[in-house]
Design a protein around this ligand. Sequence first.
Ligand SMILES: [Zn+2]
Length: 407
Amino acid sequence: MSTITVNDRTYTVPETPVVVITVDGGDPRYFHDALNREIMPRLAGMLTSGGSFALGASEMPSLTNPNNISIVTGVSPAIHGIPGNYCRLPDGTLELLNDPRFLRAPSIHSAFEAAGIPTLMVTTKDKLRLLLGNGGVPSVSVERAAGASIPVYGIDDVEALVGSPAPGVYDPLASHYAMQIGLAAIAHTPELKLIYVSLTDRVQHASAPGDELADLFFTEFDALLGQYLDAGCRVAVTADHGMNSKHDANGEAKVHYLEDVLQEAGIPIEEIVLPITDPYTKHHGALGSFAWIYLAPEHRDRAREVLGALTGIEEIWDRESSATIYEHPIDRIGDLAVTAAADTALGRTASAHDLTQLHGALRSHGGRYEQLVPLILSHPVNGPLTAKYQAGILRSRDIHDLVLNHA
Ligand SMILES: [Zn+2]
């Protein structure tokens, strides 16, 4: 049995294809609700015939990029270098963290590739493609599927491989197209051993568990999960983060605009950085439940006092503490890190965020209340991680260990 060691963890090379699916915004409540109402028969069947379902925790902030990278590297943001979708670098520049030059650790997939073991990365959002493909991993996105090829596997046209044109990235079924690409690739290239499929949270940002659109999403997901099982794959399903409503009963977003609050209190700041910021503003308007504040040392105590007095502000840590607590790279985070309650989002100024572009009332993530994620496997969990798995204290970054080493 051959193994690969990367980032101080050792993974067993599987004999049949292993597929890890990250449901973007795949809050465990969607799965529990769908299982309770019996609208995911393939998942239910998988669980009664030896599969496993436990809860685990995502990285903080509970955002897409840090968590996708933790899942594919098996390590924390302190080691892989991606603490947000967006951050401020030590020279003061603001960067979307979509480029491999920001990565400080290789992925499990790149280590497999280096050992000659065939892998594939499929992402719905193109923003993740270069990060996931780093280190020579064949990668493709739904967003840029038109005209895309995967030459190393002799696939000249991804849309022809799937047999239908790719939907737009805001289409509710865009995620399912990513799953179809994975299925078609396995049928075309049976020697694939490790496949990662990352979905988009467009539906989860707009629809709560039980809503019509969410039901469509999860019933289609279930049918495709069944196709992976029928193809003989070992499957793991997790999420990069959960999702919560962040609006009042009238649909008005509940937001603390931190720059406005601090300015009103006479506290000068350098900058508010919102790590949820990404190219998909229709999802969240750059409003989530986590923020970094950059400000001079003499103003920090007063800022903590003012913000700590607001309803819905929960944690305020200085840079050193937050680097320890959230396992963050200390050079890419703010002087203060702030988290908000489940129903509250954090913004810069009221005028900096355009909420008219949202698909509906604000549902978002980034804080503690979206840290809970499912860790679902198509097989029983055995071995040293079993007790922690059952206790719900593993991390999404453990999913490759679970699926490759504990089958
Ligand atoms: Zn996400």
